[in-house]
Design a protein around this ligand. Structure first.
Ligand code: G3P
Ligand code: MG
Length: 402
């Protein structure tokens, strides 16, 4: 691990002089033609984390535009790979393009819940979507093709007694909740609301309500809300009978305990909610001490499925971006995973073994969760000041002369 000196050297100045901030745009097809033959094909690419690397909440980080603008000027492929979400990819891409003043599109963009779009087995079922602002995540799920989507807010609006401690929020939930597709009627389970899968799409805003409703679903018989499985606690069964009675699977899209928001200290993320939920689950079931675990699937960085998904996106995007290079693209030799969170970006980049033999090199920036001068929990290939230094480091590593 080697620290790059603060980048105020001659290279940077001529760099900034080279790429004027706001004028450069993706070259037109015609100009591409003339210089195709002289165009080099980079055998490397980038995967950029968003929060703490390109933006802090809604504010773009100082040199993010210049870094991405340079890569676009050199036709060096990159994708954005975030554990964030809460809006449809097209909406976030529009927002980020404006904020960073960089043309982006959804083919180069992966959010924590983007892989849920491929889960066709639930699209004709009734799923519960948790988290995010109002019911934005429901509408994302519907745009992914999920036909029947219920939120904890819908349940509370229909049955306020289901969670006594969010009554003051009822007016808020009533502004976007929808009628349930079926009543909660424990007396006739066959016609009562049945949940077939639970997806936590984004950071929950009402941990109390969301914890209550998810717990009710996981302790129910067959995912039928309002029922209680008589297998719960049955020591003769695996997991002491918990989640042994047709309860739906539980998916979390993002493991981040902490993330870099506007505040100067990292904030609790979706991982904080999951840890709190697991605490309640353990208290209810006896937990690991009692041989009970919470069956769940956690997606997002550092987990492999997210990197596999992202690598596929990057390879496709690279093909598309360099389609007119007129030469064989060759192998994607290295991907620089640039992130601010050692637990997600760096661990994920370090442990991802690409089926294509591509080397994923992790680069840790100091503009987010990671605090300068501390020893990161997972050792990156390089520590740098910010995203522009990450690009400078990587292009120097690759001997890429502009
Ligand atoms: O909620 C988002 C947060 O967990 C981190 O996002 O972009 O740093 O992966 P990002
Ligand atoms: Mg981050």
């Amino acid at each position: 691990m080697h620290r790059v000196a603060a980048s105020s050297g001659p290279f940077t100045t001529c760099f900034s002089k080279f790429v004027s901030c706001n004028t450069y745009r993706i070259p037109s097809r015609r100009s591409l033609k003339t210089s195709a033959s002289e165009r080099r094909v980079p055998a490397f690419a980038f995967a950029f984390d968003i929060d703490g690397v390109l933006v802090r909440s809604s504010d773009p980080l100082p040199r993010a535009h210049m870094a991405l603008n340079y890569l676009q000027s050199q036709r060096i492929p990159f994708i954005l790979l975030t554990n964030g979400g809460g809006k449809h990819e097209s909406e976030r891409v529009d927002e980020l393009s404006k904020k960073l003043d960089i043309p982006l599109d959804t083919s180069m963009f992966v959010q924590s819940h983007t892989p849920f779009a491929d889960m066709n087995e639930y699209k004709d079922k009734t799923v519960m979507v948790v988290g995010g602002v109002e019911d934005n995540c429901r509408r994302v799920a519907e745009r992914y093709g999920f036909k029947t989507v219920v939120t904890p807010g819908d349940v509370l609006t229909a049955y306020p007694e289901v969670w006594p401690f969010s009554q003051q929020l009822l007016p808020y939930y009533q502004t976007f909740s929808r009628p349930l597709p079926a009543p909660i009627d424990a007396t006739s389970p066959s016609s009562s609301l049945k949940i077939d899968a639970v997806f936590v799409y984004n950071d929950p805003r009402d941990w109390g309500l969301d914890t209550q409703i998810i717990k009710d679903v996981l302790l129910s018989h067959n995912g039928i809300l309002g029922t209680w499985s008589d297998k719960n606690g049955d020591a003769s069964l695996p997991n002491k009978g918990f989640q042994q009675d047709g309860q739906p699977p539980l998916y979390f899209s993002n493991p981040d305990l902490l993330w870099a928001a506007k505040y100067h200290l990292p904030r609790l993320g979706q991982g904080g909610f999951r840890e709190a939920f697991e605490g309640v689950w353990a208290a209810l079931t006896g937990g690991p001490k009692n041989g009970v675990e919470l069956y769940k699937t956690v997606m997002g960085k550092p987990h492999r499925p997210t990197y596999e998904f992202a690598e596929k996106r990057l390879i496709e995007h690279r093909k598309h971006l360099l389609r007119e290079s007129g030469t064989n693209l060759g192998h994607l030799r290295r991907v620089y995973m640039v992130g601010d969170n050692p637990e997600s970006d760096i661990l994920g980049g370090n442990s991802y073994k690409s089926p294509h033999g591509t080397d994923w090199a992790s680069v840790l920036v100091q503009t987010g969760v990671y605090k300068e001068g501390t020893t990161p929990a997972h050792k990156p290939r390089q520590i740098v000041r910010d995203v522009l230094d990450a690009v400078l480091f990587a292009t120097a590593q690759e001997g890429w002369r502009r």
